[in-house]
Design a protein. Structure first.
Length: 166
């Protein structure tokens, strides 16, 4: 096990812990904002010992944080199974899909469109549909256009002056 010293980089093990605070002179880590820090020279020996104990307990990781990857669900059955996991898991998956730079936006929009379609056909939870639609807006995609029966209305636009009939 690699122990760290002043000037080394440490990261939060987000699968074990969502925050790690030492206060003044130590490191302060938090999910989504500061998941990695370099141990400052101002750290005390007690704080350094605490950091190394947290590494032994696998609450902290020496080095860079692990890269978070979202699983791209290829099968429709996988997407339907995702919808059964609950709203929070769906929100996490949608956020991860939206933020993943390695996935093309066309794939993202098609997956989100399928999620919306499956949800409308199933439980029809407004929160899930709203989260998917917001992600589509952020990506810049649009939902598929559906045709409906409407009458065609023509509006003539003139210059604003009446024309004399010929």
């Amino acid at each position: 096990m690699k122990l760290v010293t002043k000037g080394d980089r440490v990261s939060l093990n987000t699968s074990r812990r969502l925050y790690y605070f030492q206060g003044e002179g130590g490191i302060n880590l938090r999910v989504e904002t500061e998941e990695m820090a370099i141990i400052p020279d101002s750290v005390s020996e007690d704080q350094l010992l605490q950091i190394n104990n947290a590494i032994k307990a696998e609450q902290l990781i020496p080095g860079w944080p692990e890269e978070k990857k979202i699983e791209v669900l290829d099968k429709d059955s996988d997407l339907k199974a995702l919808l059964e996991l609950g709203r929070n898991k769906i929100d996490e998956w949608i956020y991860g899909l939206r933020e993943d730079k390695m996935i093309k936006s066309t794939i993202k929009t098609s997956k989100l469109d399928k999620i919306i379609g499956f949800e409308k056909a199933g439980k029809n939870r407004r929160s899930v549909i709203s989260a998917a639609e917001k992600a589509l807006e952020k990506i810049g995609g649009v939902s598929p256009v559906t045709e409906t029966d409407h009458e065609k209305v023509e509006i003539k636009i003139g210059s604003g002056e009446e024309e004399e009939p010929k």
